[in-house]
Design a protein around this ligand. Structure first.
Ligand code: HEC
Length: 254
């Protein structure tokens, strides 16, 4: 449970370390995780949920109330609270669309890496293997089919800078079901099978990717690696799904 919460919030940081480049799109707030304070969300016209001026101000006051630093009283606690407040304010700003400048991003990254190991960071950002939790995570995540195609073909790295080998197997029908026509095949064939009666299209795809051994498609070898849950962030997975869903052309022989 704790881990789950950890990774949900850590997902806020989409973070790729390639061989040459280190890119941080959003930065994490580790302390927000342990505090597990929930920022209330209310829909509000042109602003993102919870981001209208009055809501932001109310959130800020609430947090400051919880974490008010009392330097004269308990100095250590006060300093910790100061730090936590700063981190929470940062995550509020990021949530509400603030784009840090490059130097800001770099210094936040440096700070993050001084607090957690890269492995922990990657583990915390990866979607894992819990299909139901992943489906929830994906709800607010827009997938970009082009980004998905680059990931799928190993042209853009996934977490930790790894290149995914999806296309290597899925371009050869003797090895794995073809990428081409994936959307149609899944809707028209797989989801009509009794074992998938209660599955949504998305659930089938997510399970196929993070738990390939849950169901082995007849006539194919059980070849697909089962580690993708540890290499994909929610954004990566959303992009891959958007790409696969764009594959609706069946080849003649299918
Ligand atoms: C080493 C070969 C291999 C790699 C690499 C691989 N797969 Fe697969 N994949 C398979 C095989 C074989 C199957 C069919 C057997 C099974 O059910 O596991 C499959 C099944 C699937 C299915 C279900 C397709 C259907 O028609 O129902 C999806 C979706 C899928 N893979 C996506 C991916 C994605 C996304 C990646 C990369 C992140 C990937 N695969 C990497 C071999 C591979």
């Amino acid at each position: 449970m704790q881990n789950r919460k950890h990774s949900r919030l850590m997902n806020d940081a989409v973070y790729v370390i390639g061989e040459r480049a280190m890119e941080v799109k959003r930065v994490i707030d580790i302390l927000a995780l342990s505090l597990a304070l929930c920022i209330p969300v209310f829909g509000q016209g042109e602003y993102r949920d919870g981001c209208a001026p009055a809501e932001l101000e109310a959130q800020q006051n609430t947090l400051a109330g919880y974490l008010s630093p009392d330097f004269a009283g308990d100095y250590n606690l006060a300093v910790a609270n100061l730090f936590r407040l700063g981190a929470l304010y940062q995550s509020m700003a990021l949530r509400c669309g603030y784009m840090p400048s490059e130097p800001e991003t770099n210094s936040m990254l440096e700070q993050t890496l001084s607090l957690v190991t890269l492995e922990d960071l990657i583990a915390a950002q990866s979607v894992g293997k819990d299909v139901a939790a992943i489906l929830l995570d994906l709800q607010g995540t827009y997938g970009d089919p082009l980004a998905g195609q680059l990931l799928y073909n190993g042209l853009e790295p996934a977490l930790g800078g790894v290149a995914l080998g999806c296309a290597g197997c899925h371009e050869n029908d003797a090895v794995a079901p073809l990428t081409s026509g994936a959307w149609t095949r899944i809707n028209d064939l797989r989801l009509r099978q009794p074992e998938f009666r209660d599955y949504s299209h998305r659930q089938y795809l997510v399970e196929s990717i993070v738990r390939p051994m849950a169901y082995i498609i007849p006539d194919y070898p059980p070849l697909m690696p089962d580690f993708y849950g540890s290499q994909l962030s929610a954004q990566h997975l959303a992009d891959l799904l958007a790409f696969l869903d764009s594959q609706d052309q069946l080849l003649d022989d299918e």
